[in-house]
Design a protein around this ligand. Structure first.
Ligand code: SF4
Length: 364
């Protein structure tokens, strides 16, 4: 039974030079039509399951006006939620207000994820982002005051020209906010972004690796529970864990992806098509081997790794009957205990290579 749901709000007040997400410039006329189409999509597809997680991402959901947010929440109130349902919303510091935060709470938002990315003005200028550090401190303090203390902040690193020292300064600023969750992302120069088209050179791989290492060591007071995510006890993101545990989830909205009834799907990224009701872009029907691959690839991103007993109960085969991982264990890239097979933290930086090697060891 599906217990998780993602809803995409694609509007942004600025378009960042590195961004490859599905987003469009905020335009109030479009917002209204978009919300109507979103409502139709949800009504048509939601089967009434009780949700354990609801994640409202973007884009920038906080770029919507108060009235638009009220309309959004009235659409989303169709979802049945369990008593402990984690309800997350993404926000940017330059578009959040106390009134919006109060409204979030009224709807039942109990987790908020802020895009901060960097504290350095020269990088913000090159990203095309606005940020006032006093606003950051005041907003986080107001969130805590009203009891919205389950807070994540996103940090981006490896911006071209950035130094390790600057990354350390960012981490130390975020630590000073005393929040329970931090997500980190190494900048990848994706095609069609402004930075890519401007032919800005990527940072060297060794620099990137050094930054990752420094971030991990600076955040040693957090639990490093997924390659890019750090949390205090009890503050793991339940919604993101549903992805990494290969669970099913609804994905609603422009460019959203979902996983239902053995089908992984993604919605169109064309606003025109979406508003016309041509929502679905592509679907991938998964066979048994595909599902096993996803199970391995996703679970190995976490510190727990993959549960051998759960693998067996899902697929009626032992993990080592499907993948011969003995040489990876011998080389130390994988470790196993009674139930779990996992990548030790010192090799997380190489996780893609380890996973590829594991999949190549598929027993035919
Ligand atoms: S990075 Fe965030 S705020 Fe910037 S354009 Fe992309 S979705 Fe919008």
């Amino acid at each position: 039974m599906v217990k998780n749901c993602y809803v995409h709000i694609p509007f942004c007040k600025q378009i960042c030079s590195y961004c490859d997400f599905c987003k469009v410039f905020y335009d109030t006329g479009y917002v209204s039509s978009y919300l109507n189409s979103l409502e139709q999509e949800i009504k048509k597809n939601y089967k009434g399951e009780v949700l354990d997680t609801l994640y409202i991402g973007g884009g920038t959901p906080s770029s919507l006006s108060l009235a638009e947010l009220e309309r959004l929440f009235s659409i989303l109130s169709v979802f049945k939620r369990s008593s402990s349902c984690e309800v997350t919303i993404e926000a940017n510091f330059d578009s959040i207000t106390k009134e919006k935060l109060n409204l979030f709470q009224l709807f039942g938002v109990n987790r908020i994820s802020f895009g901060l990315e960097t504290t350095h003005q020269w990088i913000l200028d090159k990203m095309g982002r606005q940020l006032d550090l006093d606003d950051v401190v005041n907003t986080i303090s107001y969130c805590k005051e009203i009891g919205l203390s389950n807070i994540n902040v996103d940090l981006m690193y490896a911006f071209p020209g950035e130094t390790v020292e600057e990354v350390v300064e960012d981490v130390s600023f975020i630590q000073s906010l005393d929040i329970p969750h931090i997500s980190t992302y190494s900048l990848i120069l994706e095609e069609h972004t402004k930075l890519y088209l401007d032919k800005v050179p990527s940072i060297l791989e060794e620099e990137d690796a050094k930054m990752y290492e420094v971030i991990c060591s600076e955040l040693s007071n957090f639990c490093h529970y997924e390659i890019s995510n750090f949390a205090k006890d009890g503050y793991f993101s339940s919604h993101n864990l549903c992805y990494w545990r290969n669970r099913e989830y609804y994905g609603f909205g422009l460019g959203a992806s979902g996983y239902l009834d053995d089908v992984r799907y993604s919605n169109t990224r064309s606003m025109t098509h979406y508003l016309q009701g041509n929502v679905r872009y592509e679907e991938e029907k998964l066979g048994l081997r595909d599902k096993m691959e996803y199970e391995v690839i996703l679970n190995l991103r976490t510190k727990w790794g993959i549960s051998k007993s759960q693998f067996f109960s899902c697929y009626h085969k032992s993990l080592n009957e499907v993948y011969d991982y003995s040489s990876l264990v011998k080389d130390g890239y994988l470790k196993e205990d009674e139930d779990f097979l996992f990548i030790p933290e010192e090799y997380w930086y190489l996780s893609n290579e380890v996973i590829v090697r594991l999949l190549e060891e598929e027993v035919v």
